[in-house]
Design a protein around this ligand. Structure first.
Ligand code: HEC
Ligand code: HEC
Length: 283
């Protein structure tokens, strides 16, 4: 019985290393000729046991997709950034304020994305960038919270991330972050769904290999939100998590759920040292 179950899983999911193409592309990313992006390191953080090197998902995409990230004029994700930059100055809510009323220019957010998710002393919980934005909207502007995957929200996270491009991801894993990190780590290695696959089975054990037509990356989130060519729009971290869990034919968690927040803490830390690259471009 056991053997049969395993055999059928293998029949559905075949990992293939296609000799010539399987390696991550040997390439370097400089945006607009002036922002060098660390997309590869040979020193993963010591608390990430399963990785010796780190690769941005950029290395696993085709040359033409990689090239689109080299110049903001070719990057369709920048349209979302521009929409958010306009929104930044727009008054919304009962307090008659815009983001700009308190935060000056978006560039004042440089470095913020590198630390997300970050523990909030005031709230006594780990908060993602989306949660910080909604805290300002609801508590400081008297405006409505944006949904996790609303265009306005995803665009705003892209704007705030874009001003950190080139800076290294530096998410805390200790202190009050530790229990969230532990929970996220456990999820990362849990096998989900009918296919009984964990995040690690695909993104740690098999990065560089192909699954169906997809060249598997390490599943890093330094490039999020990402512009997905197949959707022709920007996509949030939790939306990607949801798709990956669903691909294992499991019930998935909701964007913004405590489970996905903990998973984000852990996955973000796997990329500590890689540059913020958002908005990046993926399939
Ligand atoms: C009434 C003033 C006010 C308005 C308006 C406002 N914020 Fe804030 N924002 C704050 C304050 C105060 C903090 C907390 C700063 C701190 O504790 O370091 C904050 C924190 C943040 C943070 C977290 C920064 C960090 O370093 O952790 C983000 C992100 C943010 N705001 C985004 C926005 C966005 C986007 C808007 C518009 C939709 C907005 N804010 C509107 C006052 C405001
Ligand atoms: C069955 C294999 C499989 C499993 C299991 C899986 N993924 Fe993925 N994931 C993919 C594929 C295929 C892609 C698209 C190609 C790529 O970037 O790897 C992807 C992409 C991603 C990306 C986008 C990376 C980028 O740079 O754009 C993230 C993040 C991610 N996965 C996280 C996860 C997490 C977290 C889990 C566990 C909850 C998970 N994945 C489970 C197959 C999987």
């Amino acid at each position: 019985m056991k053997f049969r179950a395993l055999a059928s899983t293998c029949a559905i999911v075949a990992f293939a290393g296609v000799a010539a193409n399987a390696d991550p592309a040997d390439d370097t990313l400089v945006i607009n000729g002036e922002i060098p992006i660390v997309t590869h390191t040979d020193a993963a953080p010591p608390y990430i046991e399963g990785l010796t090197e780190q690769y941005s998902g950029w290395h696993f995409r085709e040359a033409d997709t990689r090239a689109m990230e080299q110049d903001d004029f070719d990057n369709p994700g920048m349209l979302g950034v521009e929409a958010a930059a306009a929104n930044w100055n727009e008054v919304d809510g009962t307090a008659g304020k815009a983001c700009a009323s308190c935060h000056e220019a978006p560039e004042s957010m440089a470095g913020v994305r590198t630390q997300m998710p970050k523990y909030s002393e005031a709230k006594g919980t780990m908060m993602t960038l989306e949660m910080y934005i909604n805290e300002c909207r609801t508590e400081r502007m008297g405006a409505e919270a944006w949904g996790w995957d609303d265009a306005a929200m995803v665009n705003m996270t892209a704007l705030i991330s874009s001003v950190s491009r080139g800076l290294p991801m530096n998410v805390a894993v200790d202190g009050p972050a530790a229990p969230y990190w532990e929970q996220g780590k456990e999820m990362y290695y849990t096998r989900y769904g009918q296919l009984e696959l964990s995040c690690a089975n695909c993104h740690e054990d098999n990065y560089g290999n192909y699954i169906r037509a997809d060249h598997l990356s390490q599943g890093q989130i330094n490039g999020f939100p990402v512009y997905r060519l197949k959707d022709a729009k920007l996509s949030s971290i939790h939306n990607r998590f949801k798709g990956c869990v669903r691909d294992t034919r499991a019930e998935t968690f909701k964007p913004g759920s405590p489970e996905f927040i903990a998973l984000e803490v852990y996955v973000a830390s796997r990329g500590n040292g890689l540059s913020v690259e958002s908005p990046s471009i993926r399939n």
